[in-house]
Ligand binder design. Structure first.
Ligand code: GDP
Ligand code: MG
Length: 237
């Protein structure tokens, strides 16, 4: 039989080892979560800096007028077709592949004596947080919906109504995009699904069917309708 003193030493040594291991685990845990938090904060700061740079680029300097008279804010969930629409608004070049927007996309359009900047802010969840910061500068809000993305219609509706609550008068154009798809909801169905009947009558509101593929005439028609509507609305301001 081992003497009682040996057991006491053994249990003391075990206790010390457990305490040391516990401290090490605690320190490792703190370091790990500090790094995770720091990288989140760092990531958010980078976005904020990017947004600020974009905002200040668009802001009037020293009382001068903007190079672009009007600003059209183009929002909608990621993948809805915002960049595709902006591409075909400005170009007739056929593009089979449009890269996902990293943050922003801005195009300028001059038509019928009007100059406008169309600013797309990315629609992924982390960027939606910034959307309403752009509302105050916008003259028109264009909200693009993927008519064939039934699973995310509810999210699109929520995001749209959050934006509308911020500014009850901003003219609104909802684009029921991807109408070329066989499973696309019709304009009437989208009107219902997006609860557009609940909009107040203080704001001008339009719902247009669009298609922004390289496939054809539907895209050209969509773009023509959108352009002429933008011009009509901006000319009234
Ligand atoms: N079938 C079809 N695909 C579209 C249409 N508009 C956009 N797309 C496709 O949808 C994907 C996302 O488009 P994109 O313009 O990047 O969406 P964004 O994230 O809202 O800017 C791309 O693969 C586009 O080619 C459309 O009207 N019809
Ligand atoms: Mg895009």
């Amino acid at each position: 039989m081992a003497p009682a003193g040996a057991f006491r030493h053994l249990s003391l040594a075990l206790g010390a080892a457990v305490a040391a291991l516990g401290s090490l685990l605690f320190i490792a845990w703190k370091i790990y979560f500090r790094d995770v938090n720091d990288s989140c904060i760092g990531w958010r700061r980078r976005w904020e800096q990017l947004l600020e740079a974009e905002l200040s680029r668009n802001a009037p300097k020293g009382g001068q007028s903007l190079s672009c008279e009007y600003q059209v804010l183009v929002l909608g969930l990621d993948g809805a077709g915002k960049s595709s629409i902006l591409h075909y608004v400005c170009s007739t070049e056929v593009k089979k592949c449009i890269a996902p927007t990293q943050g922003f996309n801005s195009v300028q359009l001059q038509d019928s004596g009007l100059q406008m900047a169309l600013l797309e802010v990315g629609g992924s969840q982390n960027l939606r947080f910034y959307w309403n910061q752009y509302l105050s500068k916008a003259h028109i809000l264009v909200f693009v919906v993927d008519s064939a993305d039934g699973l995310r219609l509810h999210t699109a509706r929520q995001e749209l109504h959050c934006l509308l609550a911020e500014d009850p008068q901003l003219p609104l154009i909802v684009l029921a995009n991807k109408q070329d798809k066989s499973d696309a909801l019709s304009v009437a169905e989208l009107h219902e699904e997006l609860a557009l009947h609940t909009l107040n009558n203080q704001r001008e509101f339009f719902l247009l069917p669009t298609s922004a593929t390289y496939a054809g005439l539907a895209t050209a028609n969509s773009v023509l309708h959108l352009k002429s509507l933008l011009i009509k609305l901006l000319a009234q301001i």
